[in-house]
Design a protein around this ligand. Structure first.
Ligand code: CO
Length: 215
């Protein structure tokens, strides 16, 4: 029995369990998906979107990358956002970072990890924007955690500034963008209080201070 065989065995067990609870679950799901949420989160294996918010397959559309970054030239992320907003008509976009994020930590450490350092430059830009506040934080862990929060707030603003979200609001489509942080140590989500539901709110979001959240 190889490790890979185990995954197939797990899959069969899972599918049987789901079918036992809802016999036509897969048949119904195969017809269409109607998720109300788009999750933009970190690739970290400890932060699985569906499990954390207790949603079944079909209920949340997901995009994940290292350090949950939304870059305006990233066609991968933008395509997911466009499909979710314009075709699936999700009502909520959730940007979810997590405390102790390895990507944020590597960015802070000015690491030498290869290609990914280019990606993490986006985090260093946010670090530089908040250099004054971050200079007062002594411990590395606290610094990482605060930058995790500031990164989420910046990515919420980036989502709000896309033509996709701006056009949705201009059409009168109901859409809110949320910033959350997940704590690995207790499995609980924290709301950063940066929810944005209109172009007017989005225009002020980058100037709004991001209060540290209790961890
Ligand atoms: Co991470």
């Amino acid at each position: 029995m190889t490790d890979i065989d185990e995954l197939f065995r797990n899959n069969r067990t899972w599918a049987e369990r789901v079918r036992a609870a809802a016999p036509d679950f897969f048949e119904q799901l195969a017809l269409q998906q109607r998720p109300e949420y788009l999750w933009i989160g970190c690739s970290d294996s400890r932060v699985p979107a569906n499990e954390i918010v207790g949603l079944l397959p079909g209920e949340i559309f997901v995009h994940r990358n290292v350090a949950n970054i939304v870059v305006h030239t990233d066609f991968n992320c933008l395509s997911v956002l466009q499909f979710a907003v314009e075709l699936l008509k999700v009502r909520h976009v959730i940007v979810c970072g997590h405390y102790g994020c390895g990507g944020i930590s590597a960015a802070l450490a000015n690491s030498d990890l290869g290609l990914i350092d280019n990606w993490l430059r986006n985090v260093r830009d946010i670090q530089r924007l908040h250099a004054e506040e971050l200079a007062d934080i002594d411990s590395h862990d606290a610094l990482v955690n605060r930058l995790c929060e500031l990164n989420v707030a910046a990515q919420v603003a980036n989502v709000c500034d896309t033509t996709i979200v701006r056009s949705a609001w201009a059409r009168g489509q109901e859409l809110s963008v949320h910033g959350w942080v997940y704590a690995l140590r207790d499995g609980l989500l924290r709301d950063l209080g940066t929810v944005v539901s209109s172009a007017d709110e989005a225009d002020t979001i980058r100037r709004r201070p991001v209060a540290p959240v209790e961890r």
